[in-house]
Design a protein around this ligand. Structure first.
Ligand code: 5GP
Ligand code: MN
Length: 346
């Protein structure tokens, strides 16, 4: 992954002189990569002398609560005094981290689009960024996480001296969670060199593991067992899986934001399963999560059938109809996706 000197020069120009009003934004249902990259970038910008507001549309999962500085993040959903909205309206620079389509910002989208004087910066690793929206784009789909990409940008912009231990920890959380604890794709030699640099900054990897992966509620563990036991369904001769969880079922297990994180990956631990889906009912719609192995492209699947997108092996989208209709739609989509010839002849 090469970051051009020319782009870094443009970034430096965008960020000077000091004293700019900057908003750093990340996506709806913020995950470890969204939070880690936002916190690290905010700190760098503040050290450069800017006035920075860090915003996410809704609450991050509780297993990220321990990250130093996380309480500075403004949850737009809780913006009762309108201060966060005002910061977005009056921002001179808007930085979008770990997402590229403004529609993923839910209720925040309109506010962002309204501010057409701010310069827009993108730092992200999702596929297919919009063409004409950003003034400067660091869009690297080959980066395994936005945190890794951001690390490379920080290295070039201000050197690794600018990274302290808390910042290194936040960046590591994103790298770890987006790669499934370093088991997914794009695990390049340079990623491990970058991690070595973070280790030199004094990060405590065993502690980070415990905080993120072994700090769940009892309800979450029981919900996982329910999701994989009675709820997991296999179709297509056992090669395609899905799990559907309705609001009432979630309530029974004392569901909290983030509790279902990672559930969709488990069916893929069955040798023959090539694609897995999870449907999670929320008040307004059904959130769709998709995972796959090898060349089964769930980014294409999510775009085609669920108004979403993502990466080749991890994507998501939405469904605005009932759970039953969503499952029917999924089954039909699977049929069409895996047997296009039959669908054409039908
Ligand atoms: P998750 O299943 O963890 O919510 O999402 C997996 C990946 O799918 C995310 O990293 C993101 O790239 C993508 N994704 C999830 N939901 C959406 C969506 O509604 N729209 C788009 N474009 N991408 C999504
Ligand atoms: Mn990410």
């Amino acid at each position: 992954m090469e970051i051009s000197a020319q782009k870094i020069a443009r970034l430096r120009k965008m960020l000077s002189p000091a004293g700019k009003r900057i908003v750093v934004l990340s996506h709806y249902n913020p995950d470890g990569d969204a939070i880690g990259s936002s916190l690290a970038w905010c700190k760098i910008l503040e050290e450069m002398g800017h006035e920075v507001t860090c915003v996410v549309p809704n609450k991050y999962p509780y297993f990220l609560d321990w990250i130093e500085g996380i309480d500075r993040i403004k949850i737009f959903k809780d913006d009762s005094d309108g201060k966060t909205a005002e910061a977005i309206r009056s921002a001179e620079i808007i930085c979008c981290l770990d997402f590229n389509t403004i529609s993923r910002m839910e209720g925040l989208s309109e506010l962002i689009l309204e501010n057409n004087t701010a310069q827009k910066l993108l730092i992200d690793h999702h596929l297919q960024p919009p063409r004409n929206y950003y003034d400067l784009m660091f869009s690297c789909p080959e980066a395994s996480s936005t945190c890794y990409l951001l690390c490379k940008i920080i290295e070039k912009l201000c050197g690794t001296e600018a990274i302290d231990q808390p910042m290194a920890t936040a960046l590591y959380v994103g790298m770890m969670t987006d790669t499934g604890n370093f088991t997914f794709s794009n695990l390049t030699p340079d990623l491990y060199r970058t991690i070595a640099m973070l280790v030199e900054k004094g990060i405590d990897i065993p502690r980070i593991n415990v905080e993120v992966y072994n700090s769940f509620t009892e309800g979450r563990v029981r919900l996982l067992s329910y999701a994989l036991g009675p709820k997991m369904q296999l179709i297509e001769n056992g090669t395609v899986a899905y799990i559907a969880l309705k609001e009432g079922e979630l309530r029974r297990f004392g569901f909290q934001q983030g509790d279902s994180e990672g559930f969709v990956n488990y069916p893929l631990s069955i040798k023959n399963v090539r694609m897995s889906a999870m449907f999670l009912q929320t008040r307004r719609f059904i959130r769709v999560s998709l995972r796959s192995r090898g060349d089964v492209d769930v980014n294409v699947f999510a775009r085609r059938y669920f108004n979403g997108g993502g990466h080749r092996n991890a994507a998501g989208g939405k469904s605005m109809v009932s759970m039953e209709e969503t499952i029917d739609h999924y089954k039909q989509a699977v049929q069409e996706f895996f047997h296009p010839e039959e669908a054409q002849n039908a």
